[in-house]
Design a protein around this ligand. Structure first.
Ligand code: 13P
Ligand code: SF4
Length: 318
């Protein structure tokens, strides 16, 4: 049987199981194209949390990484949340654990803790606010000016938020290996090759800090550079008049960009910006997950109760 025929059969089986089980499939923008195609909703971390919060399905198959499935389980404790591969972690989320955060808080006892959503449930439970790349600036702006802020775990997002809000933040020195691998030199090179293209940068990128600097001093044209979450990028390419875009984030997002704009061209800033955790989810694993209930992600009640407060603050400021 050809791979195409095999995949068609898997898709059919997924659709019938989905109906039978009243399940919904949520997929992050970095998922492989064929997984995005079977999803009921594809989006960024914030959009996926919102979709989990409003679904009436009994089962959520979360095609993303572990902390995202945990967030869904915290928001929807009565639903069954499944992740098709338990190994799908996040290198950024693992840069800080709850003990490290508790020690950091001891050094700054009056500080407000803002955690990027890429953190474990234990870290969220120790935080005051959760944020995503979409609303990090809004969250920090909502905190009284006289309060110290601990921002974690991404140092590039922290530097970006500090620059935009004009606030001095204490920033955890964490990074995502995929985004930190996108370097300013690569950006300069690709801009020279495609001078007409608009540039889209995820705020976790290693180039953000230097790009902000170049934009401020005028050597990057500000109007052609946009620092956006993955969903912000999708919205932008749909409404922009530009025909070419340099995309500085994980390359899985280009699948949706191409699908939602028929005639535009996208250049990855770095072809190797691939999140191996996101790519662990395959069509076959989605089917196994739905059929055999693997793997269930359930956050213990007490921990979920504490973590939920920070997540609710994030959804309130969405
Ligand atoms: P977004 O919330 O912008 O989709 O980013 C999530 C993420 O994990 C980035 O690597
Ligand atoms: Fe985590 Fe980076 Fe993968 Fe996003 S791209 S899920 S931050 S490892």
């Amino acid at each position: 049987m050809s791979i195409k025929m095999e995949n068609d059969l898997i898709r059919e089986e997924i659709q019938s199981l989905k109906k039978k089980r009243n399940a919904v499939i949520l997929a992050h923008n970095y998922q492989v194209g064929e997984v995005q195609e079977v999803a009921d909703f594809t989006g960024d971390s914030l959009g996926l949390s919102q979709a989990a919060a409003r679904t009436e399905a009994d089962v959520i198959v979360f095609c993303g990484v572990h902390f995202m499935a945990e967030t869904a389980s915290i928001i929807c404790p009565d639903k069954k949340v499944l992740i098709p591969d338990l190994e799908a972690g996040c290198s950024l989320a693992s840069t800080i654990n709850a003990d490290e955060l508790r020690n950091w808080k001891k050094e700054h006892p009056d500080a407000v803790v803002v955690s990027y959503v890429n953190t474990s449930a234990e870290v969220k439970a120790e935080s005051d606010y959760c944020c995503t790349s979409t609303n990090a600036v809004r969250v920090v702006n909502s905190i009284p000016e006289d309060k110290e802020v601990l921002f974690l775990p991404d140092m590039f997002l922290g530097a970006y938020v500090s620059k935009v809000t004009g606030r001095k933040l204490h920033i955890w020195p964490g990074e995502c290996h995929v985004h930190a691998g996108i370097k300013p030199e690569q950006i300069s090179k690709i801009r020279d090759l495609h001078p007409e293209a608009e540039m889209l940068i995820h705020p976790e990128c290693g180039c953000v800090t230097s790009c902000m600097y170049y934009a401020a001093e005028g050597s990057i044209e500000n109007k052609n550079t946009h620092i956006l979450s993955t969903e912000g990028m999708i919205r932008h390419v749909k409404r922009s008049k530009a025909m070419e875009f340099i995309v500085a984030t994980e390359i899985g997002i280009i699948h949706r960009m191409k699908k939602e704009t028929s005639d535009k061209t996208f250049y990855p800033a770095n072809d190797e910006a691939v999140c191996r955790y996101m790519k662990m989810i395959t069509l076959n694993k989605v089917l196994n997950s739905l059929r055999d209930d693997i793997y269930e992600v359930k956050v213990p009640k007490e921990l979920a109760f504490k973590a939920k407060k920070a997540i609710e603050m994030m959804l309130k400021l969405a």
